[in-house]
Design a protein around this ligand. Structure first.
Ligand code: NAD
Length: 248
């Protein structure tokens, strides 16, 4: 198993990509700490992982608030003395034309998608530095490479995630901490279905090289690679998991 006895904190673990990461990591031997503001769904994911024989603990919390992240980190340290992996995944992606955008909508997007990572990293990194070991995966979006109308607040936040990844990777390299980033393309999740019509999904697919809808597991597998020793020679990188949509 690739993550045997490693502790992983996963944000936004109650659904979609975060849930797939939690399930895959637990099946690879990790002890997964699930943080999500949807307490009921988060709990049911943790229960389902445990009933499949994995180790999981759920925490209800809003990643915009440091005080609501702290209990999950403290619990991992208390029980296992380590946070080996941090998956910064929680995010939102409502559409909004720029000219009608309220300042609160802009701020909310930056707070959930970007500043949340500041809070989670501030909580987890000191423990990684102390052990001279750590893997961080930040979830950005391929929309940063493409640009996307009606999503300027979202695309801006996801560009910030790439900047955060690159700068922090430079700063944390001397502590043997790996900080990488994934830019998912169009991933078939419940939330995506709320914003994307079937026709739009077909258009996205026609832009891909691979002619199938990508699933949360496709992203989770690359998170696994970036969280395991298989990627020990990489930091500050950004991997597109988009079925061959953009190619950099
Ligand atoms: N689905 C896609 O096509 C796609 C594409 C590119 C990037 N992404 C990114 O991947 C990540 C996950 O997307 P998804 O499609 O799985 O979304 P999702 O809505 O299925 O899951 C997101 C989870 O984050 C949680 N969450 C949201 N705000 C939170 C907060 N303030 N505090 C704690 N938890 C919070 C939600 O409750 C939810 O469980 C996001 O960062 C998203 O921007 C998704």
């Amino acid at each position: 198993m690739l993550l045997n006895e490693k502790t992983a904190l996963i944000t936004g673990a109650a659904t979609g990509i975060g849930e797939a990461v939690a399930r895959l990591f637990a099946s690879e031997g990790a002890r997964v700490f699930l943080l999500d503001r949807d307490a009921a769904r988060n709990r049911s994911v943790a229960e389902s992982i445990r009933s499949a024989g994995g180790w999981a603990q759920d925490f209800a919390g809003d990643v915009r608030r440091a005080a609501e992240i702290a209990p999950a980190v403290a619990s991992a340290i208390e029980q296992f003395g380590q946070i080996a992996i941090l998956i910064n995944n929680a995010g939102i992606y409502p559409r909004q034309p720029f000219l009608g955008m309220a300042e609160e909508q802009w701020d909310e997007m930056q707070a959930v998608n970007l500043k949340s990572m500041f809070h989670c990293l501030q909580a987890a990194l000191p423990h990684m530095v102390a052990r001279r070991s750590g893997k961080v995966v930040n979830i950005s979006s391929v929309t940063f490479h493409l640009g996307m109308g009606n999503m300027t607040h979202y695309v801006t936040s996801k560009g910030g995630v790439i900047g955060l990844t690159r700068s922090l990777a430079r700063e944390m390299g001397e502590h043997n901490i790996h900080i990488n980033c994934i830019t998912p393309g169009a991933i078939k999740t419940e939330s995506e279905a709320r914003f994307v019509t079937d026709e739009q999904a077909r258009q996205f697919m026609s832009s891909q090289s691979l002619q199938r809808r990508l699933l949360p597991l496709d992203v989770a597998r690359v998170c696994l690679f970036l969280s395991s020793e298989l990627s020990d020679g990489m930091t500050g990188q950004c991997l597109n998991v988009d079925g061959g949509w953009v190619m950099y």
